[in-house]
Ligand binder design. Structure first.
Ligand SMILES: *Cc1c(COP(=O)(O)O)cnc(C)c1O
Length: 490
């Protein structure tokens, strides 16, 4: 039967171009797309770091009604690679030291191509046991990297924000009664805004989220946490969760995770660690030491699209006890296939809010299998070295103060001419320095207002970033400071 079906001639419809492509056509399209991609990647280091002026004009010029007729593939490639893609922040550039760099490994893109072209259903174990297992392997490797115990598990998400959301819902379901509005969640003033957003999505009003002060190293103040918990209990509220940071977005600060774990255990708080930026440094010896205590967390957010250099759209949530995720998120339906009951098998749809989704595990699995963990460890070690050395050189520049040392691969500084104490003036000055650095188009830096001070951040996290770019960075900061402060003096 099957063989006969394979040999049967497929009827051709009189449509202008059938949705079912001929193999020759698929091959040609693939080759064309690959050529354009390689051309793009070849010129990537020389492309401007930011090319978004005129963005509104571009966006408006691209508007059009639903096209009734088709357009040839090659013309569409011209539009994409000629007009659309170049007009961007060059997030994949080796010079991109802004926000949290991504990178986007080609290997992972190819894995996605395979995943999407074969289009298996990997959210339910029964539908693709092999693909589900490969994705589960990835999750277990991550648990191992962090030192989580047997029974730990989790799932890949679209990003860190989604991981934080799934974690807070799990924490709420695990620690609070169905009527949970007396529950209180703690985090620091330096937490990523996705934590407050996740709390809101999980149903908590803003006043149930305590944003606690930080110490001189921008780490959550443990004494303030203890005091707040005591005070809230006395007021009849129910402290249930604390969110610590393993690498803040502002300055890269790593909270005292051992201290947080100690308090969490004593106070029966769910400890969630947001390690979206810093988590994968645990693959290195120095990074592992920095995030010590993360292995005691109830849940951890990781972002492979940051620290594993993968393309955007790859986050991860790990939990100490996989069953806790299942209790929070599993839900049956008459039309669904049976879910697995063996402890060692997983249906990802039972661990989070998503049902249908791409087989996103492949884009993590393929690069890790191809290169092995050591290649990633070495790359991450290089980022630690680069940030350390660059921070030392920038601190030595005149008028520069290093406000946040690189605990991992992110540091922050500002320019302060002698005697200048007015924060508004200092912000203006530092914004001018930032513009002058970025105008040179060799690196892209961003700033952040932290505890009343405007800081310039340098975040080294792309697999493409090497010593030459950090040299350019230091040189461009030096020149920018000289020109901005020089003008000030006259
Ligand atoms: C990037 C980041 C997030 C948000 O992750 P997305 O993948 O952008 O959704 C959350 N927390 C921290 C610390 C981050 O750096």
């Amino acid at each position: 039967m099957m063989a006969a079906l394979g040999r049967k001639k497929i009827p051709r419809y009189a449509a202008p171009m059938a949705l079912e492509l001929e193999e020759r056509e698929m091959r040609r399209m693939g080759e064309r797309a690959l050529e354009r991609i390689l051309e793009h990647l070849r010129s990537l280091p020389e492309q401007p770091l930011h090319a978004v002026t005129g963005g509104k004009k571009l966006a408006r010029s691209l508007r059009e009604p639903l096209p009734e007729r088709g357009v040839p593939f090659d013309r569409l490639m011209n539009t994409l690679f000629g007009r659309v893609i170049p007009h961007s922040l060059n997030t994949a550039s080796p010079g991109y030291l802004a926000y949290i760099p991504g990178g986007g490994l080609f290997q992972a893109a190819l894995a996605d191509f395979i995943a999407l072209a074969t289009n298996r259903y990997s959210t339910v174990w029964l539908a693709a046991p092999g693909l589900v297992q490969l994705e589960e392997n990835v999750v277990q490797w991550f648990c191992e990297v962090l030192g989580l115990p047997t029974g730990a598990g989790g799932l890949l998400t679209s990003g860190g924000s989604m991981a934080n959301l799934i974690a807070l819902v799990a924490a709420r379901r695990d620690r609070l009664p169905p009527d949970f509005l007396s529950g209180v969640l703690y985090t620091s003033s330096q937490a990523h805004h996705s934590v407050a957003k996740a709390a809101a999505f999980a149903g908590f009003p803003g006043e149930r989220v305590r944003s606690l002060p930080v110490d001189g190293l921008f780490r959550l103040d443990l004494a303030a946490l203890e005091a707040a918990v005591t005070e809230d209990r006395a007021a009849g509220l129910q402290p249930f969760c604390v969110v610590g940071n393993a690498g803040t977005t502002n300055t890269g600060a790593v909270d005292d995770l051992q201290g947080l774990a100690r308090i969490s255990e004593r106070e029966r708080l769910w400890l969630h660690v947001d390690a979206a930026y810093g988590g994968f440094f645990a693959m290195t010896a120095r990074g592992r030491a920095r995030v010590s205590g993360i292995e005691r967390a109830d849940s951890v957010t990781l972002d492979p699209h940051k620290g594993l250099f993968l393309p955007y759209g790859t986050g991860c949530l790990l939990v100490r006890e996989r069953a806790s995720l299942r209790r929070a998120h599993a839900m049956g339906a008459a039309y669904m296939p049976p879910m697995q009951t063996d402890d060692d098998l997983v249906d990802f749809c039972e661990l989070g809010p998503e049902l249908s989704r791409e087989a996103r595990g492949l884009r993590v699995w393929l690069p890790l299998k191809m290169h092995g963990a050591r290649t990633f460890r070495d790359a991450l070690d290089e980022k630690l070295d680069l940030a350390q050395a660059a921070a030392a050189r920038i601190r030595a520049l005149p008028y520069v103060e290093l406000i946040a040392e690189p605990e991992l691969s992110l540091f922050a500084f500002r320019v302060r001419p002698p005697g200048e104490t007015d924060e508004r003036r200092l912000e203006e000055l530092n914004r001018a320095v930032l513009v002058a650095v970025n105008d040179r188009q060799r690196v892209l830096l961003t700033g952040a207002r932290v505890e009343g001070r405007f800081l310039i951040r340098v975040c080294v996290l792309s697999f493409r970033t090497h010593q030459d770019r950090l040299d350019a960075c230091v040189e461009d900061v030096r020149a920018a400071v000289a020109s901005v402060v020089g003008q000030e003096g006259t």
